[in-house]
Design a protein around this ligand. Structure first.
Ligand code: HPA
Length: 279
């Protein structure tokens, strides 16, 4: 008998999960985290890390991009059981939404309570500065494909998921309080997700600001939708790597984004580790 698409996905997730749990020292992680541009440092804080290359995990998408660091890291962070994804899959690379979100789906399928996602983003709020950290309070989804398009598997989540409290208000507060206590300045704002890979024109940055966003980027939104669909609490953090101010626009490239993210990385890592400790 032919296994229908959704049935097959559930089976794929179950196989991936079984493989991972066979390598970890615990059955159910508390926290799942996607280490985006600039958050790689958090991985160094994980105690007794078990590193699992993506290519070893049954059904996990494999990156075709050269130099791409793809591995799942399981261990303890400040007493919490954690599974981190080092390396993510972007829509602009040509992966379909199923592959873009497989990692997030798997983390939630492992039973995590909290999903932390990070990225580098362009700031469109004129009060922001390069290197700022922004706690994401909401998003605007402008990706051309939806990760939940197609038949729905009710075992994973509802057909019409609610997007209320998508970025958990208690977690926003917890990170704000933590930041204050450890002396790190944070911003709060709305993240708008676009497919890329072009950065925006001045007119587009103006439009993005007019739509109500504070920052723009090419990731995060699909994975967050999946996490909310599966009922997992979400915390999102952006490093503002550049400013998209239409009347004072400066040239931008990937190297500048990486440089700014790298500079802000220790600050963001410290904030994440201290916040996880308080979960
Ligand atoms: N636009 C879109 N994505 C980005 C940017 C930007 O300015 N900076 C970092 N990621």
């Amino acid at each position: 008998m032919e296994i229908k698409g959704k049935e097959q996905e559930y089976k794929r997730l179950s196989q991936s999960k079984e493989f991972i749990l066979g390598l970890l020292s615990f059955d159910r992680p508390d926290v799942g985290i996607i280490l985006g541009t600039g958050l790689g440092g958090v991985a160094d804080e994980i105690e007794a890390p078990v590193e699992i290359p993506y290519e070893d995990i049954p059904n996990f998408p494999v990156s075709t991009v050269k130099g791409h660091e793809g591995m799942l890291i399981g261990g303890k962070l400040k007493g919490k059981k954690i599974v981190a994804m080092k390396g993510r899959f972007h829509f602009y690379e040509g992966y379909d939404m199923g592959k873009v979100t497989y990692g997030a789906k798997l983390l939630c399928f492992l039973g995590i309570e909290t999903f932390i996602v990070s990225n580098a983003a362009g700031g469109v709020n004129p009060q922001f500065s390069r290197g700022d950290i922004m706690i994401i309070t909401d998003h605007i989804n402008l990706f051309p494909r939806h990760p939940l398009q197609g038949p729905n598997d009710e075992r994973l989540g509802p057909r019409f998921p609610d997007m209320y409290n998508t970025y958990d208000k208690d977690l926003v507060k917890l990170v704000e309080d933590t930041a204050l206590d450890i002396g790190i300045k944070v911003r709060k704002g709305v993240y708008l997700g676009l497919q890329g890979p072009t950065f925006e024109t001045a007119a587009e940055y103006r439009m993005i600001r007019m739509l109500g966003a504070d920052a723009v980027g090419m990731s995060t939104v699909p994975e967050v939708i999946i996490a909310r669909w599966m009922g997992t609490k979400v915390l999102g953090l952006s490093i503002i790597s550049d400013l998209g101010l239409p009347d004072a626009l400066e040239t931008i490239n990937h190297e500048l984004v990486l440089k700014a993210a790298g500079e802000a990385s220790p600050k963001l890592s410290k904030l994440v580790v201290s916040s996880v400790e308080r979960l």
